[in-house]
Design a protein around this ligand. Structure first.
Ligand SMILES: Cc1cc2nc3c(=O)[nH]c(=O)nc-3n(C[C@H](O)[C@H](O)[C@H](O)COP(=O)(O)OP(=O)(O)OC[C@H]3O[C@@H](n4cnc5c(N)ncnc54)[C@H](O)[C@@H]3O)c2cc1C
Length: 496
């Protein structure tokens, strides 16, 4: 039986990112992906939020995405745009870039790394014991792994077979999404009526002065809310046509669909992100309405949180209890997204009272403090893992500062390109002997005279040293002494 240290079920955005992270961590990793190639029929995510761009920057690949997309203020809540252009980040914006391009670029990166890809093959089951997982494939093949990660989307077979509960809320709205040709000139843009929110737009667009300007011709992307919730089965052109007529009074002569699918506001989250040697990430662990454009971002960041931890467990550097911190850190982040998407769906309703509530929320979000707070949340820049009390940097993202080192000016994120941990000394050398961790944590002496400013929180006291995890979050802050450093190194990077 072919063996890999880690098998990932599903090569969507989450599975690809995780595979890249594991490969950088030196792990023998394989993806099993049902699709024969990376081609993604259908419109899904429309772009990236600021923290995801930063995370890609930490691996030196952000430019690949930025060069193909359109930077814009994309953070928003309940149709209220939340401007982050004053946030202290190199990327105070989001990126308009369709999921098919995001996946293509990610797959290109993964292709440069030592990742085995089994395309056109499907995970059909698995059996785990104390030492390994035997992964069954639908074509009768099988693979043996130390760990299996289900990145197999919202209907995750891995989650179901692991017996992990998926509690949450049933759908209250249902929408058709499609790409079609239209014989008549459609009414492009967003429309709101008694049924809900609908949108028509061309596949090709530009963002000018913050506004989407669609191409004059080309296929039309349709998002139309259905009258009833609960339809099952594959939607047809006739279903789409009827839904368009119900809203616009015409179907604009829709024909030649390249795809038609349905999405709802079904909202659920896995009760556990791990069962034994089986873990979940991305949509396999959480599903919610697309409002706010959060899903792909959550999945990519799940992968970056899990990747280095799993790599250390596989290499024997850390005990497998390190994997429990994955759920402890990422479950609350997704739970918060579930809450905001549910609020957004509720605020989408068209009755007068909901409209009054929407106007009230918009007024509140127009004030600076609420705008900053919610923009921090929707952009992912405010994420705070609970690593205990202490300096405000603890558990928050390291800012991408220009550090002055013996080799010249180095961006903090450039130190993370190899997905290793970094201990940056910004003042006097510390007494603590960090040499036992030298193979896992690189030590850098640097100077930085500028301000330390965090999104939402503002200015914080300059630290004398910071221990940065491979995912870019600060695991320890030195404030003149090395108190707690040895414990932090042991907790995150093992004791050997
Ligand atoms: C209409 C719509 C709009 C959206 N807009 C946004 C947005 O603006 N921003 C945003 O961040 N997110 C958005 N999302 C959500 C986003 O598309 C998902 O969150 C994202 O695709 C999740 O990535 P994933 O890799 O976890 O899962 P998926 O993308 O679902 O990938 C799962 C992969 O696993 C494969 N697979 C499944 N089962 C198996 C199996 N048994 N064996 C092998 N392979 C398998 C599938 O073929 C697929 O490639 C939107 C979603 C929808 C529906």
């Amino acid at each position: 039986m072919t063996e890999h240290a880690v098998v990932i079920a599903g090569g969507g955005p989450t599975g690809l990112m995780l595979a890249g992270e594991l490969a950088l961590g030196g792990v023998d990793v394989a993806i099993v992906e049902r699709r024969p190639d990376q081609n993604l029929p259908g419109l899904r995510a429309g772009g990236l939020h600021a923290r995801t761009i930063e995370v890609l920057d930490q691996r030196g690949i952000a430019e690949r995405f930025l060069s193909e997309g359109q930077a814009a203020q994309v953070a928003g809540l309940s149709m209220v745009r939340l401007d982050i252009s004053d946030f202290p980040t190199r990327h105070p914006y989001g990126l308009g870039l369709r999921q098919k391009h995001i996946e293509r670029i990610l797959a290109g990166w993964v292709g440069e790394l030592a990742v085995t890809l089994y395309r056109g093959r499907e995970v059909s089951g698995f059996v785990q014991d104390d030492t390994h997982v035997d992964v069954e494939l639908a074509d009768g093949g099988s693979l043996r792994a130390e760990y299996l990660v289900g990145c197999d989307g919202g209907r995750s077979l891995v989650r179901k077979r692991a017996g992990i509960e998926f509690p949450g809320w049933d759908a209250t709205t249902s929408s058709l999404i499609a790409e079609v040709e239209m014989a008549e000139e459609p009414e492009l843009g967003i429309r709101r009526d008694a049924l809900g929110v609908h949108a028509l737009g061309r596949e090709e667009y530009e963002i000018r002065d913050g506004e989407v300007v669609y191409a004059d011709r080309g296929p039309v992307g349709v998002m139309v809310t259905e009258e009833h919730v609960g339809a099952t089965g594959k939607p047809t052109l006739r279903d789409l046509s009827e839904a368009l007529v119900a809203v616009y009074g015409t179907d604009f002569g829709a024909h030649s669909p390249t795809f038609i699918s349905r999405f709802t506001d079904l909202t659920r989250q896995a009760a556990a992100y791990r069962r034994g040697r089986v873990l979940l990430a991305g949509d396999a662990a959480h599903v919610h309405a697309p409002d706010g454009g959060q899903g792909l971002n959550l999945g990519v960041q799940d992968a970056v949180n899990l990747g280095w931890k799993l790599a250390q467990v596989v290499s024997g550097t850390s005990p497998d209890s390190l994997l429990d911190t994955y759920q402890a850190e990422r479950h609350p982040v997704a739970a918060r997204v579930l809450r905001t998407t549910m609020a957004s769906v509720a605020l989408r309703r068209s009755d007068d009272r909901t409209k009054a509530l929407r106007d009230t929320v918009a007024e509140l979000l127009g004030m600076d403090e609420p705008r900053t707070r919610f923009a921090g949340m929707m952009s992912g820049l405010d994420i705070h893992y609970d690593l205990g009390d202490g300096h405000p940097l603890l558990g928050r993202r390291m800012p991408d500062l220009d550090l002055v080192t013996a080799d010249g000016v180095v961006r903090a994120y450039a130190l993370l390109h190899d997905a290793g941990a970094v201990l940056v000394f910004l003042g006097e050398p510390l007494a603590c002997d960090t040499s036992p961790w030298a193979d896992r944590v690189s030590a850098v002496d640097a100077e930085y005279d500028g301000e330390w400013e965090l999104p939402v929180l503002g200015h914080v006291a300059a630290p004398a040293a910071v221990l940065i995890r491979p995912d870019g979050y600060v695991a320890w802050v030195g404030e003149g002494t090395d108190a707690g450093l040895r414990d932090a190194l042991t907790t995150w990077f093992g004791s050997r």
